[in-house]
Ligand binder design. Structure first.
Ligand SMILES: Nc1ncnc2c1ncn2[C@@H]1O[C@H](COP(=O)(O)OP(=O)(O)OP(=O)(O)O)[C@@H](O)[C@H]1O
Length: 237
């Protein structure tokens, strides 16, 4: 089966409970960023984070998402990752997804680095034998040495990110989702992480990446979509 994403009129509404709509309304006029705030039939406040998004991606496509804070980039990535269901429209995703969104979520800080490789591996959909095959390479890449047997709570934040990055980028997939180009660790690690990420991106058939950097979008993406208040406001190659 070929790898593809077809989004047809995808809409995502977040109902916000226990918010006084009346008092909100007055301040809304001043809002320059974020999704559109309205109310549903019952009068509850609703944020429309995505509003009728349609596009198609096939093998070889590298889509960059850009737009102001709150324009809907992360929501779109999360919909593609299956974290959110569209509340309107339809989405068809063919292919295995690797999500580099929130790479350290799910890390157990009481467990050792090694145990976390297994835990995260399982969460990323790998089998036990797949994880075993990758473990040594992940440990070597992370550069954590003997720390790999200590609990993650004893790591510095940079060490934790090294481990999370090494695990997340060890997964091969058909579709790669990224919220900003990942850059982690100290100067030495940043360089080798950059090379690893580029290699992963190059071998993955479809990339969808959000970024605020025009330089990165130009370098990495073949197509850029600008979002504004949850809608596509500009598209270009
Ligand atoms: N869980 C949520 N509950 C309610 N509203 C949400 C939720 N997540 C996002 N939103 C709203 O959806 C809109 C789009 O948010 P989103 O995080 O997708 O923007 P973004 O383009 O990724 O922004 P940024 O550049 O700041 O990361 C915003 O108005 C935000 O307030």
């Amino acid at each position: 089966m070929s790898v593809s994403i077809i989004a047809d009129n995808v809409t995502v509404d977040f109902p916000i409970y226990s918010t006084p709509h009346r008092s909100l309304k007055k301040s809304l006029l001043k809002i320059a960023t974020g999704g559109r705030i309205s109310s549903d039939a019952g009068g509850a406040v609703v944020v429309r984070a995505l509003d009728g998004i349609s596009f198609e991606l096939k093998e070889g496509d590298r889509l960059g998402l850009t737009g102001h804070n709150g324009s809907g980039k992360s929501t779109l990535l999360r919909v593609l990752a299956g974290v959110y269901e569209p509340t309107g429209g339809s989405l068809s995703v063919q292919g295995r997804i690797a999500s580099l969104l929130d790479i350290s979520i799910g890390m157990d800080h009481e467990a050792s680095g090694l145990e976390n490789i297994f835990l995260r591996g399982i969460l990323l959909g790998l089998s036990k034998s797949d994880i075993q095959k990758k473990t040594e390479e992940i440990i070597n890449f992370s550069g954590l040495g003997d720390f790999i047997d200590l609990p993650v709570r004893t790591y510095s934040s940079g060490m934790t990110m090294r481990l999370a990055f090494s695990i997340a980028t060890s997964v091969e997939a058909d579709i790669l989702l990224m919220d900003e180009w990942l850059s982690v660790g100290d100067a030495d690690f940043v360089k080798k992480a950059e090379d690893r990420l580029k290699a992963l991106v190059n071998k993955t058939p479809i990339l969808v990446m959000a970024s605020h950097s025009p330089e990165i979008l130009k370098e990495v993406c073949s197509r850029v979509m600008r979002l504004e208040k949850g809608k596509i406001c500009l598209e270009g190659g």
